[in-house]
Design a protein around this ligand. Structure first.
Ligand SMILES: [Zn+2]
Length: 123
């Protein structure tokens, strides 16, 4: 993915991956999310996933994919911002005609909302 679409948020950089281990003391299976900041360093623990055992692996995988999903959404948003018009619902309208307006099923408001939810005001 292009560097300019990498999130500018304050989250831990690097590739995130989910991990799992079995507790040798009988504590069961555990899942984590680790950030691999560079290839020469130990991964940095981002999260230990808790909750229902049946959901923990899926939750850890979802969390580990979050930076990539954010980067994908930023790619879509940045493309939108460069062109000025909404390529989902109004590709033939001038930017000044689109301001604030999308058709009912346009995904762009959800893209913007997801980015804001993930990054606050940092992206
Ligand atoms: Zn739209």
């Amino acid at each position: 993915m292009a560097t300019e679409n990498k999130p500018t948020t304050k989250h831990t950089p690097g590739e995130w991956a989910f991990g799992e281990w079995d507790d040798e003391d009988g504590g069961g299976q555990h899942f984590t999310v680790d950030a691999f900041i560079n290839k020469d360093a130990e991964p940095e623990l981002v999260a230990i996933v808790a909750g229902e055992p049946d959901c923990m692996e899926a939750n850890a995988r979802l969390l580990a994919a979050a930076p990539d999903m954010l980067a994908a959404l930023l790619t879509v948003r940045n493309e939108q911002a460069q062109d000025g018009d909404c390529f989902f619902c109004r590709p033939d309208m001038a930017p000044e005609q689109v301001a604030g307006g999308h058709v009912e099923d346009c995904p762009m408001p959800f893209v913007w909302a997801a980015i804001a939810r993930a990054a606050g005001g940092d992206a």
